[in-house]
Design a protein around this ligand. Structure first.
Ligand code: DAH
Length: 344
């Protein structure tokens, strides 16, 4: 009996079937009414006590393995004939894989990065979770400046002398660049920024900016103006004009806001430029000597300019999007309008 059990166990382990018919034949041969394992059980019943003790367990194991194996084969083997392959009709056209497209904000960011790369700027990035020092203090924000207010800034650890917060602008990366890079510095810093604003067509609590910074000996406001003009013409077309209006930022002196001529009505006045012929695109100025000194740069020897712009705003002007919320809702109908499909 021992050899019989061992032989059948080996057979079960090696059992291979190509069709359901073969599985059924194997089941009948082993476990059917007249099957080999059934026959062994009959012989087993005739054994004395000692014999039963000796073979009982092995016989049961054999039966279980055979049942399991037959069960497995039933699941895994195909139809009735050998030629029965998978059920699917392989000549059917497949489900097309939908290609995604790049998000409009990414497209604009890439365009801006490419333009400034041509001008010799490096790209720098900094942390989105920043400290008060890099977002405000080192950028010459007075202690009681309203931008530090809880209304505008998402604080993470309030009450600390240098609290952690979500950066409200990418100007913080300027500071990090000045701290870590060798002079002269020429960088642009794209990134996500956060402000505690109610969400509307014109404002969002998350948006994107690109910051630019150029520091060297003898950099002047004329260099700033030229850089912005070249950028505007690359971005909005060679006919584009710029105009600078005096403004105020704590970290630049003098400061300006820059408008580009409306590329929709070409200065005649339309509802996009609200009849003025001009569209505001960025803030800029000469880096305040206090800001240079705070990062250990000699403001007697070096001067520089900085600028910052909102990517959603540029994308809105470029594609005449009238509601900021579209950028964040991931509605396929909106996203598909920017059909520069991702190259794969
Ligand atoms: N950080 C400013 C903001 O978020 C934008 C800005 C203005 C950046 C003037 C600059 C600058 O570098 O010179 O509104």
């Amino acid at each position: 009996m021992k050899e019989e059990i061992e032989r059948l166990l080996a057979e079960v382990v090696d059992l291979k079937c190509r069709t359901q018919k073969e599985v059924e034949e194997a089941r009948v041969r082993l476990l059917g009414k007249k099957g080999e394992i059934t026959r062994l059980f009959e012989e087993f019943r005739a054994l004395d006590k000692d014999g039963k003790r000796e073979f009982g367990r092995a016989l049961n194991e054999l039966k279980n393995s055979a049942q399991n194996k037959i069960g497995e084969l039933k699941e895994s083997v195909g139809g009735d004939s050998v030629s029965d392959g998978p059920k699917a009709d392989l000549s059917m056209p497949g489900d097309p894989l939908e290609l995604g497209s790049r998000h409009p904000v990414s497209i604009v960011r890439q365009e801006i990065v490419d333009i400034f790369r041509k001008f010799g700027y490096d790209v720098a990035e900094g942390p989105e979770i920043e400290d008060d020092y890099h977002v405000f203090e080192a950028l010459n924000f007075p202690q009681n400046h309203p931008a530090r207010d809880m209304q505008d800034t998402f604080f993470i650890s309030a009450g600390h002398p240098n609290p952690l917060l979500l950066r409200t602008h990418t100007s913080s990366v300027q500071v990090r660049a000045m701290e870590s890079m060798k002079l002269p510095i020429r960088v642009i810093c794209p990134g996500r920024v956060f402000r505690n604003e109610a969400i509307s067509a014109r404002a969002h609590c998350i948006f994107h900016q690109v910051e630019g910074l150029y520091i060297d000996e003898g950099v002047t406001f004329a260099d700033l103006k030229q850089a912005i003009l070249l950028f505007a013409r690359e971005m909005f077309g060679p006919e584009t004009e710029i105009r600078m209006r005096p403004s105020y930022f704590p970290f630049t002196e003098p400061s300006a806001e820059v408008d580009v001529s409306c590329n929709i009505c070409h200065g005649k006045g339309c509802n996009i430029c609200k009849g003025t012929g001009w569209l505001e695109i960025l803030g800029c100025g000469m880096v305040d000597p206090n800001v240079l000194e705070a990062s250990g740069i000699d403001s007697k020897k070096y001067t520089g300019f900085a600028f910052g712009m909102g990517l959603e705003r540029i994308a809105m002007l470029k594609w005449r999007v009238n509601d900021l919320r579209h950028y964040f809702e991931n509605d396929m109908r909106f996203l598909k309008e920017f059909d520069t499909a991702v190259e794969v």
